[in-house]
Ligand binder design. Structure first.
Ligand SMILES: CC(C)(COP(=O)(O)OP(=O)(O)OC[C@H]1O[C@@H](n2cnc3c(N)ncnc32)[C@H](O)[C@@H]1OP(=O)(O)O)[C@@H](O)C(=O)NCCC(=O)NCCS
Length: 168
């Protein structure tokens, strides 16, 4: 199976939303990418998109992150389509995002993971992410439920990786 990881292009919006949903999210992130605010990476299989992750280089919305980790880029919205999970695609997306962060001069990268998401947390810890010492952080994002976009309010554990460990 020939899955390639590449930077999304503006013309990918249709296939991205057909495969992954979340049209408002991808519209917003493609616009931010065009302004230099981050990098949207996709896992592409033939004409399909089977996964994505966004590297944000803009100040985060959560004040705690800006206070304790100013200037540290964040990984958001890592997702692989359910039928293609457990084949290493998620790991490759994270590693490529780390490489993009390093190319932009970052020494660290951060992300948030919900307490119940043990599978994702295992993946991150295997790659060298470590939870910070400042507690969990309230946050929210939009999700699609029953064809509607609603706010998902939650709290996340913040994990940080020293990118000098990249390649582990
Ligand atoms: C989290 C997520 C992105 C992981 O994607 P993935 O492509 O399955 O990730 P990987 O395949 O790299 O790793 C997942 C597991 O598959 C295993 N794996 C990787 N390649 C494998 C292979 N060829 N054969 C069998 N297992 C494999 C990994 O070792 C890992 O095992 P673990 O259960 O011990 O952690 C995916 O589960 C997902 O989209 N979840 C919903 C959204 C989500 O929770 N995102 C994270 C938000 S913080």
């Amino acid at each position: 199976m020939d899955v390639g990881i590449r930077v999304a292009e503006p013309g990918d919006l249709g296939v991205l939303t057909a495969c992954m949903g979340q049209r408002p999210f991808f519209t917003d992130r493609l616009a931010r990418q065009a302004r230099g605010g981050g990098v949207l990476l996709v896992a592409a299989l033939a004409d399909l998109v089977v996964g994505d992750v966004y590297l944000s280089c803009e100040p985060p919305g959560e004040p705690e992150l800006g206070r304790h980790l100013p200037g540290v880029p964040s990984l958001v919205h890592l997702e692989v389509t359910p039928d293609l999970r457990r084949r290493g695609i998620g790991t490759r997306l994270v590693q490529r995002a780390e490489a993009e962060a390093m190319r932009r001069g970052a020494g660290r990268v951060l992300l948030g993971v919900e307490g119940a998401n043990r599978g994702a947390r295992r993946l991150y810890e295997r790659l060298g992410y470590v939870e910070w010492e400042h507690g969990i952080v309230p946050t929210c994002w939009m999700v699609e439920r029953g064809g509607r976009h609603v706010v998902h309010r939650t709290a996340v554990h913040v994990l940080v990786k020293d990118l000098s460990l990249s390649g582990r």
